[in-house]
Ligand binder design. Structure first.
Ligand code: SER
Length: 879
């Protein structure tokens, strides 16, 4: 039997031999594409190449792309696990031609690979073509020789592929494999039936158009090919099994769970569904986290959290109580390591992130159950629990609806399922409206300029000043303009430039453009489309015109500081990996002339001891004054040698490698110091959390770090003066003072208690009786919240049966405490009582039946609140 790894490799090898460049999978986070939540097809990373906006030095490519599909017509999360072929995470094998070969070759390659290399019997394959695509029909019939009855014309629903509402699209032709029998028992199935007998394995898209926002289809400059074949489905066919879940991509995970819980797969459909969900979701979690996504409450993080929680929940259904999903992610990393070796590096980190979520979710289940109990409490048999409340439970607390439903029916109540789904739909609509993606939409004028091939040579790695640039185009507002006059701002494209465009976390260079009559400031530089470098300028004297030649000078001081800071991030990255472990990966950064901000994957806070180790390690490299080397290398060679690449970055095949010999090697397009010594000094000034599993460090270098050190010295000097001790005695003195303060606070508390006890004697004299119950409602002075509570307890003990309400006010604040002796709590609830009286002091609070507390902001209402106690109690007791 061929393993899935072998199947993947055979695909890549076949097309490589046909002159295709092997491209590694892009990230699951689509680069620069606001229309997509996750990468959902092999062609995503080539979108701009299809559109003619980006040029590559190859015209044929092949890849196996990691993909996620969690919503859409055919892929709802709820379907996963219930069918043989739905997944959240999957891999798409694809070959691509960018204006090179077209239909004929694409069809021949697909047929040869399927029938000759993979040895799929030709008569098990049926072909579909777009109903108007006579050319494809003829090719299958005459060139390949497929009998007419196995070529089916279909409509645009099935056989016209588009990436989204806009973007590249075209007619397609699909290869379907006949499984032999209809799982639904249909006697005469055709490819048009979706019972599962005919399985679509390969989609060949003949990319011909670009659909714009007005839905108009414009011909692409060069017709291209985009194909996609699901590795999971193909493995199912080639391994001779009937479900994707029976392939070696999923079965080891299913078997592992079966072993843990002692069940056999295939004996109970409900259990099998849970097992398949666990297998699918553990793969998705592993890949999502490996791509730098952390669980969160919106966007991609929310999807990850939802998938994780669904997995945890199904584990619980199977009887797994302790955190366990994280153990499956380790198994996934091992199973997929051939194609994704980095999974082994992040395996520990991924498991920790999942484990943390598993632990948090257990707490959620406890809280959610409490809340559900409350919701059910006041309802009588068969009453309906509103969908809104259940949705709040689901949305705010992450409490699974199916579990809530089950628990509600256990309590003899019913749920308003329709109302729940209506709320869910409203929320989905809100999420859709708020999902704007990571980047701004590209302006049409930029697209137009990119199509005109206005590329700029960047000289700024080596030559930073006195570069002469010729103006190729000017953009003012949303339009191209020939001239930019004095006082005006606009964007300018040059034939060459020393200005770095903001990228990879590094800010852009700033500087001046000048010639004998003109002076303009460059305030920012960015590249909305690869190769299209826009200088944001303000003309201060004269004017800029197309074809003008100007001298371009960047601000060297700012550049040097920024470069030093960029080199410092590389040192920091390597030091973090050395001190904290190999799981640390850069998740984002900001490098400007003043500071360094660095986000990275790590599951707990970094201790001060670790921070010192990291600082020391970085400073040691600085003191060694190592020469920094840069070179252009082949991407695969560089990564194999250990060069660090970023999660979501899209790399060309030729990449720039920045090396600090003996310490760090990263793929990086940024500018750097020539020697580590230029950084002078490195100091971390902040450590914190960005989201689950992502930490952030902020650091200073050079003069900024030195200034910080000098400020510290001044502070120490002032503290010595204030405390009148020598520098070395500062800490022992501080310890002594803190100790004394604690002692004094303790003594104060004791005194307050004594005071409370004394006061209780007076208070006890003011007992009222309502319906035979002893009640005290009294204002007391000079007590803090704790003492107030102590006094209330004291009184309660002395009364043996009764209700005590105490209030105190100081500095515009009011504290209220209510206690009820346990013999009365089923008639009077302290919590209900306080909720009636607290509004009179502009406050709110809560508690339990025997004790409740509230804070308020209106001391003037305290007397009234206390008085209200009696009437409230009268009402309560009269019931
Ligand atoms: N883009 C097409 C698909 O996703 C073929 O790769 O099916």
């Amino acid at each position: 039997m061929r393993t899935a790894s072998e199947i993947r490799e055979e695909f890549l090898k076949y097309f490589a031999e046909k002159g295709h460049q092997r491209i590694r999978s892009g990230s699951l986070i689509p680069e620069n594409d606001p229309t997509l939540l996750f990468t959902n097809a092999g062609m995503n990373q080539f979108k701009d190449v299809f559109l003619g906006l980006e040029k590559r030095n190859y015209q044929r490519a092949v890849s196996s792309q990691q993909c996620m599909r969690v919503s859409g017509k055919h892929n709802d999360l709820a379907t996963v696990g219930r069918t043989a072929r739905h997944h959240t995470f999957f891999e798409m094998l694809g070959n691509f031609s960018f204006g090179d070969y077209f239909k004929k070759e694409a069809i021949r390659y697909a047929w040869e690979l399927c029938t000759q290399i993979y040895s799929i019997p030709a008569d098990r394959l049926t072909i579909t073509v777009y109903e108007q695509d006579d050319e494809a029909f003829q090719l299958w019939k005459d060139d390949i020789g497929i009998p007419l009855e196995r070529i089916v014309r279909m409509g645009k629903e099935e056989n016209f592929w588009s990436m989204g509402p806009t973007g590249p699209c075209g007619p397609c032709s699909e290869l379907h494999y006949d499984m032999g029998a209809s799982p639904a028992g249909h006697p005469h199935c055709t490819v048009e039936c979706d019972c599962g007998r005919f399985v679509e394995i390969w989609n060949l898209v003949f990319m011909q158009f670009n659909r714009d926002v007005s839905q108009e289809k414009k011909l692409l400059a060069a017709p291209s090919i985009d194909t996609g074949m699901g590795l999971e489905r193909l493995s199912c066919v080639l391994q001779g099994v009937s479900s994707n879940y029976d392939t070696d991509l999923f079965r080891p995970i299913i078997n592992e769970v079966c072993q843990q819980i002692g069940v056999t797969y295939g004996q109970n459909e409900e259990k099998d569904i849970s097992l398949r969900i666990l297998a699918d979701h553990s793969r998705a979690c592993t890949f999502l986290i490996n791509n730098g996504i952390a669980p969160g409450n919106e966007g991609r993080g929310y999807v990850l959290r939802k998938i994780m929680r669904r997995a945890i929940r199904h584990g619980k259904i199977l009887g797994l109580q302790d955190p366990f999903v994280h153990t499956l992610t380790t198994l996934v990393a091992e199973l997929m390591q051939d194609a994704y070796p980095k999974l082994l590096e992040t395996r520990e980190y991924v498991a920790k992130v999942v484990k943390q979520e598993e632990e948090n979710f257990s707490t959620t289940l406890v809280h959610g159950t409490e809340l559900l109990d409350e919701l059910c409490h006041a309802k009588s048999e068969n009453e309906i629990l509103p969908g809104k409340d259940l949705f709040r439970l689901y949305d705010t607390y992450g409490f699974p609806f199916d579990l809530a439903k089950e628990m509600v029916s256990e309590r003899g109540l019913r749920v308003d399922e329709e109302g729940f789904y209506a709320e869910m739909e409203k929320q989905r609509a809100r999420a859709r409206a708020s999902w704007k993606g990571g980047e701004k939409k590209i302006k049409p004028i930029y697209t137009k300029l990119a199509q005109e091939n206005l590329t700029t040579e960047f000289t700024g790695y080596a030559k930073t000043t006195k570069v002469s640039g010729r103006i190729l185009a000017i953009v003012a507002g949303e339009k191209q303009s020939l001239k930019l006059t004095e006082g005006k701002t606009g964007q300018v494209i040059f034939d060459q430039t020393p200005f770095y465009a903001r990228a990879g976390g590094q800010v852009a260079d700033q500087g001046v453009l000048s010639n004998s009559t003109t002076e303009a400031l460059v305030e920012d530089v960015h590249e909305p489309i690869s190769g299209l470098r826009l200088h944001q300028v303000k003309v201060v004297r004269g004017s800029l015109q197309e074809n003008d030649v100007v001298s371009m000078d960047i601000s060297l001081t700012k550049r040097n500081h920024t470069s030093c800071n960029h080199t410092a991030t590389h040192l920091l990255h390597a030091a973090l990996r050395e001190v904290l472990g190999e799981h640390v990966k850069q998740a984002g950064s900001l490098v400007d002339p003043n500071r360094v901000r660095f986000d990275f994957t790590h599951y707990t806070s970094v201790s001060s001891h670790e921070l010192s180790q990291i600082e020391e390690l970085v400073n040691r490299q600085i003191r060694k004054n190592i020469r920094i080397e840069t070179e252009t290398r082949d991407l695969d060679e560089a990564t194999q040698e250990g060069a660090m690449a970023l999660f979501s970055e899209k790399y060309q095949q030729q990449v720039r490698v920045v090396k600090i010999p003996g310490f760090s090697m990263e793929l990086c397009g940024g500018t750097h110091a020539t020697h580590t010594g230029s950084i002078a000094l490195f100091k971390i000034i902040h450590e914190g959390s960005v989201s689950a599993g992502i930490r952030r460090l902020e650091a200073l270098t050079g003069k900024h770090a030195l200034d910080r050190f000098l400020d510290g010295e001044i502070l120490i000097g002032r503290m010595s003066e204030e405390l009148k001790v020598q520098r070395d005695d500062l800490f022992p003195t501080l310890e002594k003072l803190t100790h004394e303060m604690k002692k004094t606070t303790r003594q104060l508390a004791q005194l307050q208690l004594q005071l409370a006890q004394k006061e209780s004697k007076t208070v006890l004299k003011e007992i009222h009786e309502i319906e035979g119950i002893q009640v005290i409602a009294k204002k007391v002075s000079n007590l803090d919240r704790t003492s107030l509570r102590q006094l209330a307890d004291e009184l309660k003990n002395q009364m043996s049966s009764g209700v005590v309400v105490l209030g105190t006010s100081a500095d515009d604040k009011v504290n209220l405490t209510v206690t009820v002796t346990s013999d009365l709590t089923d008639r009077i609830s302290a919590k209900d009582l306080i909720q009636e009286i607290a509004p009179l002091v502009n406050g709110g609070g809560g508690g339990k039946a025997d004790i409740a507390e509230a804070g308020g902001k209106n001391p003037a209402g305290l007397d009234k609140a206390l008085k209200r106690t009696y009437s409230v109690l009268e009402k309560l007791l009269a019931k």
